[in-house]
Ligand binder design. Structure first.
Ligand code: MN3
Length: 203
C-alpha cells in the first residue's frame, strides 16, 4: 500500500509564491487521486511486493498494455508529487551544500547556470509535464524534461528535483505565465532537501 506524503507545512505556508488553493487542490485532490489509482493498478497487476522505483524502472516487464499505462501514469503521478511536495519549504535553504554543491559547480559552472537550464526545460516542455535534475548511476547530474507523469526513473536515473509544469500546479495564481511560476518555485525550493537526496542517491 503506497501512501501519499503528508505535508510538513500548511497549505498556505508557501504564500505568496504558491497559493493555498493551488496547494490544497494539488495535494488534496490531484495527488490523492494518483495515489488511489496507483494502489488499485498495483494490486490488479499483482505487484504489491515491489517498490515504486522497481515498478517504474521496469514498466517494460508489464505485458498488458492497459495495466502498463495505468501504472505509468498513476505511479508517475504518485512518485513525482511525493518528491515535489517534499522539496518545497516555507523556510528553504537557498543553496545546496556538501557533495551536491561541489557537483553542481563542476558540472554547470554555478547554481545560477543550473537554475537557468532547469527553467529552460520547464518553460520548454510542450504541454503537461515536468523538468528534472537527476542523478545517473555514476553520480553525474542530468537535467531534462518529460511529458505527462513520466519521470527519470523510467530512464534509469534517480530524480532529486522535479518542477511540476502541469497547469494545475500554477494556473490559479500565475495564469499562462509558466516562467513566473518557475521563478516562484525556486523561492520555496529547499536545496538542503535536494542535497540530502543527492547524498542518498550516490550512497
Ligand atoms: Mn501536479
Amino acid at each position: 500500500m503506497f501512501t501519499q506524503i503528508q505535508l510538513p507545512y500548511a497549505y498556505d505556508a508557501l504564500e505568496p509564491y504558491i497559493d493555498a488553493t493551488t496547494m490544497e487542490t494539488h495535494h488534496g485532490k490531484h495527488h490523492a487521486t494518483y495515489t488511489t489509482n496507483f494502489n488499485a493498478a498495483v494490486e490488479k497487476a499483482g505487484l504489491s511486493d515491489k517498490t515504486v522505483e522497481e515498478i517504474l524502472g521496469n514498466l517494460d516487464s508489464v505485458e498488458d498494455a492497459a495495466a502498463r499505462t495505468a501504472l505509468r501514469n498513476n505511479g508517475g503521478g504518485f512518485y513525482n508529487h511525493n518528491l515535489y511536495f517534499e522539496i518545497l519549504s516555507p523556510s528553504p535553504a537557498k543553496a545546496p551544500e556538501g557533495a551536491l554543491a561541489a557537483k553542481i559547480d563542476e558540472t554547470f559552472g554555478s547554481l545560477d547556470a543550473l537554475k537557468e537550464l532547469l527553467t529552460q526545460n520547464a518553460v520548454g516542455q510542450f504541454g503537461s509535464g515536468w523538468a528534472w535534475l537527476s542523478v545517473a548511476k555514476d553520480g553525474s547530474l542530468v537535467v531534462g524534461k518529460t511529458g505527462n507523469q513520466d519521470n527519470p526513473l523510467m530512464e534509469g536515473l534517480t530524480p532529486i528535483l522535479g518542477i511540476d509544469v502541469w497547469e494545475h500546479a500554477y494556473y490559479l495564481k500565475h495564469k499562462n505565465l509558466r516562467g513566473a511560476y518557475v521563478k516562484d518555485f525556486f523561492e520555496v525550493l529547499d536545496w538542503k532537501k535536494v542535497s540530502e537526496l543527492y547524498d542518498k542517491a550516490i550512497g
